[in-house]
Design a protein around this ligand. Structure first.
Ligand code: SF4
Length: 240
């Protein structure tokens, strides 16, 4: 593109100043209102869902430096947040389980104090009872609780410890929780949460899912993908 063309606002409300030639950060309310930044707090998710491109992510992340930092600290988070306008929502989700990070709840509290909307996507894996109880007092705009399925697509054991964590979270009686499962929910879950979770078919994140590797028990979702194509995006358009 020609350098003389006026620069256009970029996503996230950051645009360059064509007159001085310097890139200048500008908060554009119109742009940032419906914007969000997604944080992955730790590299590598132990849930290893078959539909999640963890291997690819890890190999790219450590491609040039096998000793790269794998975990975000509260200090890192605060530094990053300095550069994000408060109109931008902060999603604790990314490509990992946020609550594995011992400082995750402190980060959520900090982002909320700074005026950001906060959203949490979690499987509760690794969450301590203390972390779960603290969630009740935070102004979190929405929770998406990713539940284990009955076909082992998500490698999260529905054992006594997990059931206790899930029951504790459910007992908080939070009004803004979406319980969801990719595939068919594990048979023991409805007895704990007493609500019907939203079951969704597998989607290929950024087209990275190799459908040939999918186990036999997900034929239904395979058919779904055959109909819709391999590359899918489920993000609602108003959150782009
Ligand atoms: S829980 Fe989420 S981040 Fe973790 S492996 Fe599954 S889809 Fe990926």
């Amino acid at each position: 593109m020609s350098g003389s063309m006026p620069s256009r606002p970029r996503r996230g409300g950051i645009r360059s100043n064509p007159r001085c030639g310097l890139e200048e950060k500008m908060t554009d309310f119109k742009f940032t209102l419906s914007r969000w930044v997604e944080f992955t707090l730790d590299m590598g998710c132990p849930n290893s869902c078959v539909y999640c491109p963890q291997k690819l992510l890890m190999s790219r992340y450590y491609e040039n430096d096998g000793k790269r930092k794998s975990s975000m600290t509260l200090g890192d988070f605060k530094n990053i947040l300095e550069n994000i306008p408060k109109e931008v929502a902060i999603d604790f989700a990314g490509m990992g389980e946020p609550l594995i990070n011992p400082e995750a709840v402190d980060m959520m509290a900090y982002a909320a104090r700074k005026g950001h909307k906060v959203h949490l996507y979690t499987s509760l894996r690794g969450a301590s009872p203390k972390q779960i109880l603290r969630l009740k007092d935070l102004p979190i705009s929405s929770f998406v609780l990713h539940l284990p399925d009955g076909d082992g697509l998500m490698k999260l054991k529905v054992d006594a410890d997990y059931k206790k964590r899930l029951a504790l979270f459910h007992s908080l009686n939070l009004p803004n929780v979406l319980y969801t499962c990719i595939g068919k929910v594990h048979s023991e879950i409805p007895g704990i949460i007493k609500v019907e979770p939203l079951e969704t078919p597998i989607v290929s994140r950024a087209g990275t899912l190799d459908t040939n590797e999918m186990p036999e028990q997900v034929k239904l979702t395979r058919n779904f993908m055959a109909k819709t194509g391999k590359r899918l995006c489920r993000q609602p358009t108003n959150r782009r």
